[in-house]
Design a binder for this molecule. Structure first.
Ligand code: FES
Length: 317
């Protein structure tokens, strides 16, 4: 059965998966009864099974026609529309309209519902999660709390959230995590590695990158710098009063860190490929003693961030 002729969409709204019906069995019991009847029909011999199937389709067609009329009329009336949207949040009504293809589950709504269902458990772990967006089958989720991003506990949280979403929302096949929300911080420019007052010299390999006040807080900013004939892939990370730059290559397999997860609270940066965790301020690897990101010298001059790209060749800066 399809709902192509009159689909509805609903706004994201968290709510319980099931609630007892006001006058009868709850939705789980009703669904179990349907399943049991379908199982018994499937065991009938062919003519009986076909007759039962024809009866089911005929009854459903009558119900659907009535429901479509109800929904159309309610949508056309301002006051009734409000009631209609409230009704759609009732699990029984929602299931009925979905069964008849009258509303289509939209991935953002379904993902938000999954997160709402997980929230009590997340809070027990000292964490919370919110949906940022769902695009092209990828749910972008912000996960706050639950320990340093590189800790085992945080990895369990991320795994659990991803599995719950991917299992419950067919349109989502992957979950990405947005950076945690950094606390708003005033940055005194003098606190940033200001270095010498004179403008850095391009001849010494310094490259002007971007205005200091445009470097986003608590995120990785990837960029490609050209110094002379050299091109260097770089990431810039700003945490509160400090800006650092590294060669854009993880110490593990040299893979790029554009999508690395920065935890502004813990000051860590986690590689998206296999989870190596770094101190975002020093580049030191916290998961693998002795490993580190390759830092590049940074200066702020004239309100701009300069990076000495040639230091990527092995110069200490
Ligand atoms: S490439 Fe970064 S952890 Fe493997």
């Amino acid at each position: 059965m399809t709902g192509e002729d009159d689909p509805m969409t609903t706004t994201p709204q968290a709510g319980p998966a099931t609630t007892p019906g006001p006058t009868g069995p709850d939705i789980t019991e009703l669904a179990a009864r349907v399943d049991e009847a379908a199982r018994r029909v499937a065991e009938l011999d062919e003519p009986a099974r076909r007759a039962a199937e024809e009866l089911r389709q005929a009854v459903e067609a009558v119900h659907r026609a009535g429901l479509v009329t109800i929904v159309r009329r309610m949508r056309a009336d301002d006051r009734a529309r409000e009631l209609l949207f409230a009704l759609v949040d009732e699990p029984e009504v929602r299931m009925l309209l979905m069964l008849h293809g009258i509303i289509r589950p939209d991935p953002a709504t379904e993902t938000a519902r999954v997160l709402a269902g997980l929230r009590p458990w997340l809070r027990e772990q000292g964490a919370d999660a919110e949906l940022v967006a769902v695009e092209d089958g990828v749910a972008r989720v912000r996960l706050d709390g639950g320990g340093p991003a590189c800790s085992g506990a945080a990895a369990v949280l991320r795994d659990t959230v991803e599995r719950a979403i991917v299992d419950a929302v067919p349109a989502v096949h992957r979950v990405e995590y947005a950076p945690t929300r950094p606390a708003a911080t005033f940055i005194p420019l003098t606190a940033i590695r200001a270095g010498r007052p004179d403008a850095p010299s391009a001849a010494e390999g310094w490259v002007r990158t971007m205005p200091v006040d445009q470097v986003p807080q608590g995120e990785v900013t990837p960029m490609r710098l050209t110094a002379g004939e050299k091109e260097v892939e770089v990431i810039v990370v700003r945490l509160a009063d400090r800006i650092t730059a590294y060669v854009n290559a993880c110490a593990h397999q040299g893979l790029p860190l554009d999508a690395a997860l920065v935890d502004a609270e813990d000051g860590t940066l986690t590689c998206p490929w296999h989870g190596l965790c770094y101190d975002a301020r020093s580049g030191e690897c916290l998961s693998l003693p002795g490993a580190a990101l390759r830092p590049l010298p940074v200066r702020v001059a004239g309100g701009e961030v300069w990076i000495r790209a040639t230091a990527a060749e092995g110069e200490a800066g």
